[in-house]
Design a protein around this ligand. Structure first.
Ligand SMILES: [Zn+2]
Length: 128
């Protein structure tokens, strides 16, 4: 399961960050930005996060918040910049992004939508 390996590296990252705070009570909330083009399932990410953090008293296993980042592209030919063109297939009930410029069909660069990053960690720190 792809999501599990992704979320496990995220949890490692959180643990690294936790190590930097001596007065940490717990991690209350983790805000994760997930790009539309990563095709990572939110439920699978939540499930993986829960499974990996349940045994830890320092991480709230219900604290994962996933923010979906819409894809955005830039055309190499006509300066178009914006959302991707979607192919809505009735058959599969999904929208498949098309990797070509919506205005001139030229080659595009993806500027947003491929990321999977921790945007924010809400820490509960002991104040002394
Ligand atoms: Zn174009």
């Amino acid at each position: 399961m792809h999501e599990f390996s992704v979320i496990s590296s995220i949890v490692d990252l959180i643990k690294d960050e936790m190590g930097k705070h001596d007065n940490l009570n717990c991690v209350k909330e983790v805000v994760l930005e997930v790009g539309e083009l990563t095709f990572l399932g939110r439920e699978a990410l939540q499930f993986g996060f829960k499974a990996l953090t349940e045994s830890s008293s320092k991480i709230n296993s219900d604290g994962l918040k996933i923010v979906l980042v819409a894809a955005s592209v830039k055309c190499k030919q006509c300066q178009y910049e914006g959302p991707m063109k979607l192919d809505n297939t009735e058959e599969y009930h999904v929208s498949i992004p098309i990797f070509a410029c919506p205005s001139c069909d030229g080659a595009i660069d993806v500027v947003k939508g491929k990321e999977c990053v921790v945007r924010n960690l809400v820490l509960d720190l002991e104040d002394d």
